[in-house]
Design a protein around this ligand. Structure first.
Ligand code: HEC
Ligand code: HEC
Ligand code: HEC
Ligand code: HEC
Ligand code: HEC
Length: 422
């Protein structure tokens, strides 16, 4: 901390004068908003920072959050930075200068911002023999997933792995095939790398993740199977839904696993337009109750504790997800054993991991008790997979913009059957 000064780093706009396309891509990505955007602002200033100031065990959060979310502020010793409204240079987030001054890491398997940053005129780049208008150094590290791991894997002060996108990738099929983070998140294609200069294979800086509906859409395939084509009122119908993660190089959800929600809602709709919710069949694995929506379950009590709200009982663990829907998640627990979205205050998250791994298929069984008054004729059973960045209950409690907690559709599957009288 404090080894450099803000002046050692150029503003992204400066780089953008020549690298116009890359600048525009970066500007639209979350990298440019990692300090300013609403949820980051709220979590740091309303939860993590006050917590760090009053509870020694998590005191490090004060600077740690900044080391990944506004590294230039961290390196300049501007801790804690002023709020985004003050428009300081912390607002630059993960800027050009952060990534292009990273020369390596102090670890073999990086995590917790153990990047090595050497500010200066020389920019680290992915190509050999480039004739730039400033000094560049060819650095193969930029093309490696370990480069991303410096910020994308994180261990809490209690030793729990609270972010492990790199480790998930490494253990999965894509690492073996040589498909990197950059291949999927910084696609190579035609682009103007600098004013008047083009590459057929420019590294695009879109860096889309879960904040972009298009990146999420179709990330998981859904197929549905039933043995029958016809059902009678009052009978039961068994069917299954298979979810295949064929596009994500790590688990879905990944990254901020403590707060991401991925859930499957199954509804039957009869010819009269009546809708019937179908709950998932239980499988009986350890910790399963955390993966089935329950509107009576409360969680996230640490938020109230940190904010000094007396008698705070928590908010709904599963937001507005209908009771009985399957939630694909890995719950995090604080030292008092309560489910938490405070990753810095996470003691353990080993109870259950029910997310969908890379190229994994999850099979969910359902039993529909067909109502006696169901309308005759066609009936459609629809399975919709939703994703939200934070549970809606947490979003509403912290007054985040609705876009932060509204469920986005990942995919939809359906079965068409017929209701016949027996
Ligand atoms: C005056 C124009 C100009 C400015 C300002 C500028 N660059 Fe460049 N930069 C270039 C040109 C030209 C190239 C060569 C592009 C090519 O042919 O691949 C280049 C190449 C690069 C490369 C790629 C090296 C490689 O291995 O392919 C990086 C990284 C880079 N610049 C980063 C930056 C950063 C970060 C800033 C802001 C601090 C910046 N540049 C500002 C003109 C500029
Ligand atoms: C999150 C880290 C990160 C940020 C932020 C970032 N870059 Fe990069 N940049 C990379 C990586 C990684 C590569 C190499 C990717 C590859 O080749 O697969 C790269 C490649 C480049 C290249 C060479 C492209 C090519 O194909 O020749 C230029 C030029 C560049 N970046 C400029 C910038 C500028 C300008 C900004 C800010 C507007 C910026 N970068 C922000 C990580 C970053
Ligand atoms: C200096 C730290 C740092 C490095 C290095 C870094 N990231 Fe990130 N990245 C972040 C932070 C911080 C966020 C969270 C932004 C937010 O939502 O506030 C993030 C978010 C993301 C997201 C989610 C965006 C979304 O739309 O939800 C993706 C994807 C991503 N990074 C990919 C990469 C890849 C690929 C690399 C390596 C080429 C990389 N990052 C390197 C810090 C970093
Ligand atoms: C095979 C392609 C692929 C590879 C390889 C890949 N990703 Fe992703 N990544 C995706 C897709 C698709 C999504 C959007 C779905 C989602 O959010 O999980 C995504 C989402 C993300 C997110 C947002 C996760 C969330 O739920 O908030 C982050 C962060 C991320 N990737 C970082 C990385 C990093 C770091 C690596 C390398 C260690 C990597 N990705 C490798 C395809 C890939
Ligand atoms: C080791 C680096 C690292 C540290 C330390 C870190 N973060 Fe992050 N943070 C990230 C990355 C990378 C992501 C993106 C993960 C994803 O997209 O799922 C992220 C995502 C987030 C998000 C979700 C943003 C969104 O748009 O949904 C919030 C909020 C956040 N961090 C706040 C914090 C706070 C507060 C702290 C300190 C207690 C902190 N982070 C510490 C790297 C870090």
């Amino acid at each position: 901390m404090g080894r450099s000064k803000y002046q050692d780093f150029k503003k992204p706009k400066r780089c953008g004068m020549c690298h116009r396309e890359i600048y525009q891509e970066w500007k639209q990505s979350l990298m440019a908003k990692s300090f300013t955007h609403a949820w980051d602002d709220v979590e740091y200033f309303k939860l993590a920072l006050p917590h760090a100031l009053k509870f020694a065990k998590v005191a490090g959060a004060k600077g740690d959050c900044i080391a990944c979310h506004a590294p230039v502020a961290f390196l300049s010793g501007d801790i804690p930075p002023k709020s985004p409204t003050a428009d300081t240079r912390a607002n630059e987030g993960v800027s050009c200068e952060v990534c292009h001054n990273i020369t390596g890491t102090t670890q073999k398997i990086p995590y917790n911002f153990n990047y090595i940053i050497k500010p200066g005129r020389v920019k680290q780049g992915p190509r050999k023999n480039v004739k730039a208008l400033h000094p560049v150094e060819y650095n193969p590290f930029l093309k490696t997933p370990e480069f991303c791991a410096t910020c994308h894997d994180e261990q809490s002060p209690y030793g729990a792995w609270v972010k492990e996108t790199y480790r998930e990738w490494k253990a999965g099929p894509y690492a073996k095939e040589g498909t990197t983070c950059q291949d999927c998140h910084m696609y190579s294609g035609p682009g103007s790398v600098s004013r008047g200069r083009f590459h057929k294979d420019m590294a695009h800086h879109v860096l889309h993740g879960a904040h972009f509906s298009n990146k999420l859409a179709g990330a998981v395939d859904i197929a549905m199977y039933a043995k029958k084509k016809e059902v009678a009122p009052g009978s039961t119908l068994k069917f299954r839904v298979e979810l295949f993660n064929g596009k994500v190089g790590h688990y879905i959800p990944s990254g901020s696993t403590e707060e991401r929600m991925l859930w499957l809602e199954v509804w039957a709709e009869d010819s009269a337009g009546h809708k019937y919710f179908v709950p998932v069949d239980k499988k009986g694995f350890k910790g399963e109750n955390y993966t089935i929506a329950d509107s009576n379950a409360l969680a996230y009590q640490a938020m109230g504790e940190i904010m000094g709200i007396k008698g705070f009982k928590g908010v709904k663990r599963d937001g507005d997800v209908p009771d009985g829907a399957r939630i694909f998640r890995k719950p995090f627990f604080d030292p008092k054993g309560r489910m938490t979205i405070c990753q810095w205050y996470t003691k353990d998250n080993s109870l259950v991991d029910y997310r969908i791994g890379p190229r994994e298929t999850k099979v969910e069984s359902y039993t529909w008790n067909v109502p006696t008054n169901v309308a005759p004729g066609p009936v459609t059973i629809k399975a919709t997979l939703y994703y939200s960045l934070v549970p809606s209950s947490v979003g509403k409690f912290l007054k985040l913009p609705p876009s932060e907690y509204t469920g986005k559709v990942v995919n939809v599957g359906s079965l068409k059957l017929k209701v016949v009288k027996q």
